[in-house]
Design a protein around this ligand. Structure first.
Ligand SMILES: [Zn+2]
Length: 218
């Protein structure tokens, strides 16, 4: 299915922040377009996540981090009205997994929060990083900081938790609006990407491991 359809579909849903876009004419914009185009043609996802010949790994990771942020943001937007302090008093993935929030500023110690609050803080945190031009430079003349790979691992690890929460607690909503295939496609793309570059530890992937082994095998 075409990614355009997917995006249109979700843009009709509820979103709570503007999408970050790439500036036309930049290398990152063309990489972003390249990544999108290969998705639309419906070819093997395991193949499309590979670093294209001659491209820089940081650029490739940067465009994917931003794209996944936008897409996961839209997915959460479709369930967010069903995710509140009563339905989801903690940021959990079933009874076995609970995530605590810490940002070293307002939350110095790992703190249990209702899922919508946790996800709001998480998305705000990612948004502020990807909009920080010293971390995600807009021009390829400006180098990525040394901390870039570590930071991207952390962003992707935290984004994965949104998948965990949505799949385990709100999948009925995803199914009821007919978005299951779209969410699974986004998940598969994300999963293959983080596996290709070993960006999320297997321990963090554990909550959805059973599903991953079922849907991510081609
Ligand atoms: Zn929830």
């Amino acid at each position: 299915m075409a990614l355009n359809g997917f995006l249109e579909f979700f843009q009709k849903g509820k979103t709570f922040r503007p999408k970050k876009r790439f500036t036309a004419g930049t290398i990152r914009y063309s990489l972003h377009k390249q990544a999108q185009a290969s998705l639309q043609s419906g070819i093997n996802l395991r193949q499309v996540v590979r670093l294209p010949d001659g491209e820089n790994l940081n650029d490739w990771v940067a465009v994917h981090v931003v794209d996944f942020f936008n897409r996961i943001n839209l997915i959460y937007g479709t369930v967010s009205e069903y995710c509140n302090e009563t339905t989801c008093p903690t940021m959990s993935g079933g009874s076995r997994y609970e995530y605590l929030w810490a940002d070293g500023e307002s939350y110095k110690k790992p703190t249990a929060l209702p899922a919508p609050k946790y996800i709001e803080l998480l998305m705000d945190w990612i948004e502020s990083i990807i909009n920080n031009e010293t971390v995600f430079p807009v021009s390829t003349d400006i180098p990525f900081p040394k901390t870039f790979p570590t930071l991207c691992r952390k962003i992707l690890t935290r984004l994965f938790r949104v998948f965990v929460h949505v799949y385990i607690h709100h999948f009925d909503r995803i199914v009821s609006i007919g978005a299951e295939a779209h969410v699974n496609a986004c998940y598969k793309h994300f999963y293959y990407f983080v596996q290709e570059f070993d960006l999320i530890s297997s321990k963090e992937l554990e909550p959805l491991q059973e599903m991953s082994s079922r849907i991510c095998k081609d």
